[in-house]
Design a protein around this ligand. Structure first.
Ligand code: AMP
Length: 258
Protein backbone atom coordinates (compact mmCIF):
# COMPACT_ATOMS: atom_id res chain seq x y z
CA UNK A 1 0.00 0.00 0.00
CA UNK A 2 1.49 3.36 -0.96
CA UNK A 3 1.69 6.13 1.66
CA UNK A 4 -1.19 8.19 0.18
CA UNK A 5 -3.50 5.16 0.29
CA UNK A 6 -2.35 4.30 3.84
CA UNK A 7 -3.05 7.83 5.06
CA UNK A 8 -6.53 7.89 3.52
CA UNK A 9 -7.30 4.43 5.00
CA UNK A 10 -6.17 5.62 8.45
CA UNK A 11 -8.23 8.80 8.09
CA UNK A 12 -11.26 6.73 7.11
CA UNK A 13 -10.87 4.47 10.20
CA UNK A 14 -10.38 7.46 12.51
CA UNK A 15 -13.49 9.16 11.11
CA UNK A 16 -15.58 5.98 11.44
CA UNK A 17 -14.43 5.58 15.04
CA UNK A 18 -15.35 9.18 15.85
CA UNK A 19 -18.77 8.79 14.22
CA UNK A 20 -19.35 5.43 15.95
CA UNK A 21 -18.27 6.65 19.37
CA UNK A 22 -20.43 9.74 19.12
CA UNK A 23 -23.46 7.52 18.40
CA UNK A 24 -22.81 4.84 21.02
CA UNK A 25 -25.37 5.09 23.80
CA UNK A 26 -24.14 2.88 26.58
CA UNK A 27 -26.40 4.00 29.42
CA UNK A 28 -30.16 4.10 29.72
CA UNK A 29 -32.13 6.56 31.78
CA UNK A 30 -35.74 5.82 32.51
CA UNK A 31 -37.74 8.77 33.74
CA UNK A 32 -40.78 7.90 35.89
CA UNK A 33 -43.68 10.30 35.48
CA UNK A 34 -46.75 10.06 37.66
CA UNK A 35 -48.78 11.92 40.26
CA UNK A 36 -47.60 11.84 43.87
CA UNK A 37 -48.54 8.43 45.22
CA UNK A 38 -48.66 6.80 41.77
CA UNK A 39 -46.02 4.35 42.95
CA UNK A 40 -42.87 5.79 41.32
CA UNK A 41 -40.81 5.21 44.48
CA UNK A 42 -42.15 1.69 44.97
CA UNK A 43 -41.41 0.71 41.37
CA UNK A 44 -37.96 2.29 41.60
CA UNK A 45 -37.35 0.23 44.77
CA UNK A 46 -38.14 -2.99 42.88
CA UNK A 47 -35.87 -1.94 40.01
CA UNK A 48 -33.05 -1.44 42.53
CA UNK A 49 -33.45 -4.71 44.41
CA UNK A 50 -34.45 -7.01 41.55
CA UNK A 51 -32.80 -5.49 38.47
CA UNK A 52 -29.83 -3.81 40.21
CA UNK A 53 -30.67 -0.45 38.65
CA UNK A 54 -29.69 2.82 40.31
CA UNK A 55 -32.39 5.33 41.17
CA UNK A 56 -32.15 9.07 41.46
CA UNK A 57 -35.02 10.56 43.44
CA UNK A 58 -34.93 14.35 43.37
CA UNK A 59 -37.53 14.41 46.17
CA UNK A 60 -35.19 12.33 48.39
CA UNK A 61 -32.17 14.49 47.51
CA UNK A 62 -34.12 17.65 48.34
CA UNK A 63 -35.37 16.24 51.66
CA UNK A 64 -31.79 15.25 52.56
CA UNK A 65 -30.53 18.77 51.79
CA UNK A 66 -33.35 20.26 53.91
CA UNK A 67 -32.60 17.89 56.81
CA UNK A 68 -28.89 18.83 56.65
CA UNK A 69 -29.81 22.53 56.58
CA UNK A 70 -27.58 23.30 53.57
CA UNK A 71 -27.94 26.49 51.49
CA UNK A 72 -29.58 24.42 48.77
CA UNK A 73 -31.90 22.84 51.34
CA UNK A 74 -32.98 26.30 52.52
CA UNK A 75 -33.92 27.22 48.95
CA UNK A 76 -35.96 24.00 48.70
CA UNK A 77 -38.00 24.47 51.92
CA UNK A 78 -41.03 25.32 49.73
CA UNK A 79 -41.49 21.62 48.89
CA UNK A 80 -42.94 21.10 52.38
CA UNK A 81 -46.05 22.99 51.26
CA UNK A 82 -46.38 21.04 48.02
CA UNK A 83 -44.66 23.57 45.73
CA UNK A 84 -41.95 22.47 43.29
CA UNK A 85 -38.32 23.40 43.86
CA UNK A 86 -36.97 25.73 41.16
CA UNK A 87 -36.09 24.16 37.81
CA UNK A 88 -32.53 25.52 37.81
CA UNK A 89 -31.85 24.25 41.34
CA UNK A 90 -33.18 20.78 40.53
CA UNK A 91 -31.24 20.46 37.26
CA UNK A 92 -28.03 21.55 39.06
CA UNK A 93 -28.68 18.92 41.72
CA UNK A 94 -29.21 16.24 39.07
CA UNK A 95 -26.09 17.35 37.18
CA UNK A 96 -23.87 17.03 40.30
CA UNK A 97 -25.41 13.66 41.09
CA UNK A 98 -24.72 12.41 37.55
CA UNK A 99 -21.14 13.64 37.62
CA UNK A 100 -20.52 11.61 40.80
CA UNK A 101 -22.60 8.53 39.96
CA UNK A 102 -23.04 8.02 36.22
CA UNK A 103 -19.80 6.08 35.70
CA UNK A 104 -20.86 3.48 38.30
CA UNK A 105 -24.11 2.53 36.65
CA UNK A 106 -25.71 1.27 33.44
CA UNK A 107 -29.41 1.93 33.92
CA UNK A 108 -30.70 4.82 35.99
CA UNK A 109 -34.23 5.50 37.10
CA UNK A 110 -35.07 9.18 37.30
CA UNK A 111 -37.83 9.10 39.91
CA UNK A 112 -40.01 12.16 39.29
CA UNK A 113 -37.53 14.00 37.10
CA UNK A 114 -37.89 15.91 34.83
CA UNK A 115 -41.15 17.21 36.26
CA UNK A 116 -41.72 20.37 34.22
CA UNK A 117 -41.32 21.22 30.53
CA UNK A 118 -38.50 23.63 31.39
CA UNK A 119 -36.63 20.97 33.40
CA UNK A 120 -36.97 18.59 30.43
CA UNK A 121 -35.50 21.20 28.07
CA UNK A 122 -32.63 22.02 30.44
CA UNK A 123 -31.99 18.31 31.01
CA UNK A 124 -32.02 17.36 27.31
CA UNK A 125 -29.56 20.15 26.71
CA UNK A 126 -27.37 18.84 29.54
CA UNK A 127 -27.46 15.30 28.10
CA UNK A 128 -26.59 16.63 24.67
CA UNK A 129 -23.63 18.69 25.84
CA UNK A 130 -22.25 16.64 28.74
CA UNK A 131 -23.61 13.09 28.83
CA UNK A 132 -24.16 12.12 25.20
CA UNK A 133 -23.71 8.38 25.78
CA UNK A 134 -27.12 8.25 27.43
CA UNK A 135 -30.51 7.30 25.97
CA UNK A 136 -33.67 8.53 27.65
CA UNK A 137 -37.16 7.03 27.76
CA UNK A 138 -40.21 7.77 29.90
CA UNK A 139 -42.60 5.54 31.83
CA UNK A 140 -45.83 7.35 32.67
CA UNK A 141 -47.73 5.83 35.62
CA UNK A 142 -51.45 6.60 35.23
CA UNK A 143 -53.59 6.78 38.34
CA UNK A 144 -56.83 8.46 39.50
CA UNK A 145 -56.85 11.31 42.07
CA UNK A 146 -59.03 9.21 44.37
CA UNK A 147 -56.47 6.39 44.48
CA UNK A 148 -53.67 8.89 45.08
CA UNK A 149 -55.43 10.43 48.11
CA UNK A 150 -56.26 7.01 49.52
CA UNK A 151 -52.71 5.71 49.03
CA UNK A 152 -50.94 8.74 50.43
CA UNK A 153 -53.08 8.92 53.53
CA UNK A 154 -51.99 5.33 54.11
CA UNK A 155 -48.30 5.93 53.33
CA UNK A 156 -45.34 5.99 55.68
CA UNK A 157 -41.71 6.41 54.66
CA UNK A 158 -38.49 5.28 56.28
CA UNK A 159 -36.65 8.13 57.96
CA UNK A 160 -33.33 6.50 57.02
CA UNK A 161 -33.63 4.98 53.50
CA UNK A 162 -36.88 6.77 52.47
CA UNK A 163 -38.48 3.53 51.23
CA UNK A 164 -42.30 3.98 51.20
CA UNK A 165 -44.49 1.49 53.12
CA UNK A 166 -48.26 1.21 53.21
CA UNK A 167 -49.60 1.37 56.77
CA UNK A 168 -52.07 -1.39 55.88
CA UNK A 169 -49.23 -3.75 54.93
CA UNK A 170 -47.63 -3.62 58.40
CA UNK A 171 -47.91 -6.92 60.27
CA UNK A 172 -47.85 -5.08 63.60
CA UNK A 173 -49.21 -1.52 63.40
CA UNK A 174 -47.47 -0.60 66.66
CA UNK A 175 -44.02 -1.39 65.20
CA UNK A 176 -43.17 1.38 62.75
CA UNK A 177 -40.00 -0.22 61.42
CA UNK A 178 -38.75 -0.27 57.81
CA UNK A 179 -38.59 -3.78 56.32
CA UNK A 180 -35.59 -2.81 54.19
CA UNK A 181 -33.21 -1.21 56.72
CA UNK A 182 -35.03 -1.26 60.08
CA UNK A 183 -35.13 2.56 60.13
CA UNK A 184 -38.07 4.37 61.75
CA UNK A 185 -41.24 4.77 59.63
CA UNK A 186 -42.67 8.29 59.69
CA UNK A 187 -45.38 10.34 57.97
CA UNK A 188 -43.94 12.79 55.44
CA UNK A 189 -44.79 16.42 56.09
CA UNK A 190 -46.12 16.87 52.56
CA UNK A 191 -48.28 13.73 52.74
CA UNK A 192 -51.10 15.49 54.62
CA UNK A 193 -54.34 15.56 52.61
CA UNK A 194 -54.46 19.33 51.97
CA UNK A 195 -50.83 19.36 50.76
CA UNK A 196 -51.42 16.23 48.65
CA UNK A 197 -54.34 17.95 46.88
CA UNK A 198 -52.06 20.93 46.14
CA UNK A 199 -49.29 18.61 44.88
CA UNK A 200 -51.81 16.88 42.59
CA UNK A 201 -52.86 20.24 41.14
CA UNK A 202 -49.21 21.17 40.53
CA UNK A 203 -48.58 17.79 38.90
CA UNK A 204 -51.51 18.09 36.49
CA UNK A 205 -50.53 21.68 35.64
CA UNK A 206 -47.11 20.54 34.42
CA UNK A 207 -47.66 16.98 33.15
CA UNK A 208 -49.21 17.74 29.75
CA UNK A 209 -46.60 20.39 28.89
CA UNK A 210 -43.87 17.94 29.94
CA UNK A 211 -45.34 15.18 27.73
CA UNK A 212 -45.38 17.66 24.83
CA UNK A 213 -41.64 18.34 25.20
CA UNK A 214 -40.93 14.58 25.23
CA UNK A 215 -43.05 14.08 22.12
CA UNK A 216 -41.47 17.03 20.32
CA UNK A 217 -37.97 15.75 21.07
CA UNK A 218 -38.82 12.12 20.18
CA UNK A 219 -38.36 10.73 23.66
CA UNK A 220 -40.34 7.50 23.88
CA UNK A 221 -43.21 7.53 26.40
CA UNK A 222 -44.85 4.29 27.56
CA UNK A 223 -47.80 4.26 29.94
CA UNK A 224 -48.68 1.81 32.67
CA UNK A 225 -52.20 2.01 34.06
CA UNK A 226 -51.58 1.30 37.72
CA UNK A 227 -55.20 1.47 38.89
CA UNK A 228 -56.11 -1.77 40.71
CA UNK A 229 -52.64 -3.22 40.21
CA UNK A 230 -50.41 -4.50 42.98
CA UNK A 231 -46.80 -3.23 43.06
CA UNK A 232 -45.72 -6.64 41.71
CA UNK A 233 -48.14 -6.38 38.74
CA UNK A 234 -46.84 -2.88 37.98
CA UNK A 235 -43.31 -4.24 38.09
CA UNK A 236 -44.27 -7.08 35.69
CA UNK A 237 -45.79 -4.53 33.28
CA UNK A 238 -42.61 -2.48 33.52
CA UNK A 239 -40.38 -5.48 32.78
CA UNK A 240 -42.58 -6.41 29.84
CA UNK A 241 -42.16 -2.92 28.39
CA UNK A 242 -38.42 -3.23 28.72
CA UNK A 243 -38.41 -6.69 27.18
CA UNK A 244 -37.49 -8.39 30.46
CA UNK A 245 -40.22 -11.03 30.43
CA UNK A 246 -40.70 -13.78 33.02
CA UNK A 247 -42.27 -16.87 31.53
CA UNK A 248 -44.39 -17.63 34.61
CA UNK A 249 -46.40 -14.40 34.76
CA UNK A 250 -49.53 -13.25 32.93
CA UNK A 251 -48.87 -10.45 30.42
CA UNK A 252 -49.93 -7.01 31.66
CA UNK A 253 -51.73 -4.49 29.46
CA UNK A 254 -49.60 -1.56 28.39
CA UNK A 255 -50.13 1.33 25.98
CA UNK A 256 -47.49 3.06 23.94
CA UNK A 257 -47.95 6.81 23.50
CA UNK A 258 -46.02 8.43 20.67
P1 AMP B 1 -41.47 13.05 45.63
O1 AMP B 1 -40.57 12.48 46.67
O2 AMP B 1 -41.08 12.68 44.22
O3 AMP B 1 -42.93 12.83 45.92
O4 AMP B 1 -41.25 14.64 45.70
C1 AMP B 1 -41.56 15.36 46.87
C2 AMP B 1 -41.57 16.83 46.57
O5 AMP B 1 -40.25 17.24 46.19
C3 AMP B 1 -42.46 17.23 45.41
O6 AMP B 1 -43.82 17.42 45.83
C4 AMP B 1 -41.81 18.53 44.99
O7 AMP B 1 -42.17 19.57 45.88
C5 AMP B 1 -40.32 18.24 45.17
N1 AMP B 1 -39.75 17.69 43.93
C6 AMP B 1 -39.48 16.39 43.64
N2 AMP B 1 -39.00 16.25 42.40
C7 AMP B 1 -38.98 17.51 41.88
C8 AMP B 1 -38.60 18.04 40.62
N3 AMP B 1 -38.17 17.26 39.62
N4 AMP B 1 -38.71 19.37 40.46
C9 AMP B 1 -39.14 20.20 41.44
N5 AMP B 1 -39.52 19.76 42.64
C10 AMP B 1 -39.44 18.43 42.87
Amino acid sequence: MNSKKRISTLLFIALSLIINFSNVQTKTMISFMGAPGAGKGTLAGKCITELKYTSLSVGNLLREEIAKGTALGKKAECIKTGKLASDELVVELVKSWLISNLAKTETIILDGFPRTAHQAELFLNLLHTKFNDVSLRVIDLKVSDQTVIQRISNRLVCEKCQEPTSQASLKDATKLVCAMCEGKLIKREDDKEKVVRDRLKVYVEHAELLRNVHKRTNVRIDCIDIENKTPQQVFEAFKELLGIVDTNTTPAIVNIEK
